[in-house]
Ligand binder design. Structure first.
Ligand code: SF4
Length: 387
């Protein structure tokens, strides 16, 4: 099958995001557990024999969620709730909600109130991961989620099944990272939009199916299984490499605008991008491995402390990725990202790295204006600023 045909299948999965889960449930009779990005350990859900499905907002108009959430709640929170209220997520047997920011902390209770038949599991996040107590909290939360899943499936999640789930997910993420690198080197063969479609599909498909589809695509593109999954080094010619920073980039059409403006994604810290791709490391105790991943996740708007030095890390990552500029993709009313922006921007300015901040929402209300601003930014990068 040609690469484009396989990619079209991935596009189809993303266009009908819940179909794969519905099919899987119909075929296997297994449980489907939704999760909100990006700090939930999917591997525990997989080890429970359930299908983890990433809930990442929706593009339709908001009609019901606004009765429960103020308009100044971010559109990720509002449009995700809208999906639930419209019955689009009726295939879910449970939902794991990470208590990342103030919005999601409140949202867990609202979901429980509005959809009492859905089992919502609030998953506590350690916000200052460099504190000695953080490790204890993270481990306790992982074990609490494990117990909740065990109660749901009526049996124990063994260390062996958890190890197998970790292995499988690590393989998937390694492939995704290779595709990321491929996009950096050959943006004409695998566009930014293609890349983020693969990343989104990765949270929707059963991982075994994902792995075989990614391997098939790799074969068609000529990507070696042994090639480095690290995204660093040279960036393909003909496009301006940029680094994307933010929480959730929406609507998905934003990636097409980046492609059309001549920009290639050299790296990112998005919750459904680079942050999701952080794999669980090696080890002998799977609970410890999951905890170590959680503690090693990079600083983000809701996970920050003076020691974490988010600005310093951003600059390092921008340089490592070979990006010539940074685009802040901020969801409207995403408070954590808004708070961090000033500090991050100041740090970039000091380093002479150009940046652009665009505000988006899932309803794509200002895409026309964003297109013009992206084109102007690409033109500026082409003029050698920050080269
Ligand atoms: S981090 Fe930002 S985008 Fe994510 S739920 Fe909180 S406010 Fe919304």
């Amino acid at each position: 099958m040609e690469a484009r045909v396989i990619l079209d299948l991935f596009y189809d999965i993303v266009k009908h995001p819940w179909q794969a889960a519905r099919n899987w449930k119909g075929r296997t009779g297994g449980l489907v557990i939704g999760w909100l990005p990006a700090d939930v350990p999917e591997e525990l859900i997989m080890a429970a024999g359930a299908l983890p499905v990433g809930i990442l907002g929706g593009e339709g108009l908001l009609s019901r969620a606004d009765a429960h959430l103020p308009v100044w709640a971010c559109s990720f929170a509002r449009s995700s709730l809208e999906l639930g209220l419209r019955g689009e997520l009726d295939f879910l047997d449970g939902l794991v909600m990470p208590l990342t920011c103030d919005t999601l902390r409140l949202l867990a209770g609202i979901w429980e109130h509005c959809l009492p038949e859905l089992r919502v599991h609030p998953y506590l996040i350690a916000h200052q991961v460099d504190r000695p107590s953080a490790g204890k909290l993270v481990r306790a939360e992982i074990l609490r989620l494990k117990r909740a899943l065990e109660k749901l499936i009526g049996r124990e999640i063994t260390g062996e099944t958890l190890k197998a789930a970790i292995e499988l997910n690590r393989s998937c993420k390694q492939w995704l990272k290779r595709f990321y690198n491929w996009h950096r080197l050959h943006p004409e063969a695998l566009s930014g939009e293609d890349l983020f479609v693969l990343l989104r599909a990765a949270t929707l498909l059963p991982k075994e199916d994902l792995l075989s589809a990614l391997s098939a695509l790799a074969g068609e593109l000529g990507l070696e299984p042994g090639s480095s999954p690290e995204t660093s080094g040279a960036v393909g010619a003909g496009k301006h490499p940029v680094y994307l920073s933010g929480s959730v980039a929406a609507p998905p059409g934003i990636f097409r605008l980046l492609d059309e403006a001549g920009l290639a994604v050299a790296g990112d810290d998005l919750h459904h991008g680079g942050r999701y791709l952080v794999p669980v490391g090696e080890g002998s105790d799977p609970i410890e491995q999951l905890a170590a991943r959680q503690l090693a996740l990079p600083p983000t708007g809701y996970l920050n402390s003076p020691q974490a030095d988010r600005p310093g890390r951003l600059i390092k990552e921008v340089r490592r990725a070979g990006a010539r500029g940074v685009i802040f993709l901020h969801l409207r009313f995403c408070e954590p990202e808004n708070y961090d922006y000033y500090q991050l921007n100041q740090a970039l300015e000091r380093e002479g790295i150009p940046s652009l901040r665009v505000e988006t929402d899932f309803q794509g209300s200002s895409l026309g204006q964003i297109r013009t601003r992206l084109e102007a930014f690409a033109e500026m990068l082409g003029g050698g600023i920050g080269a």
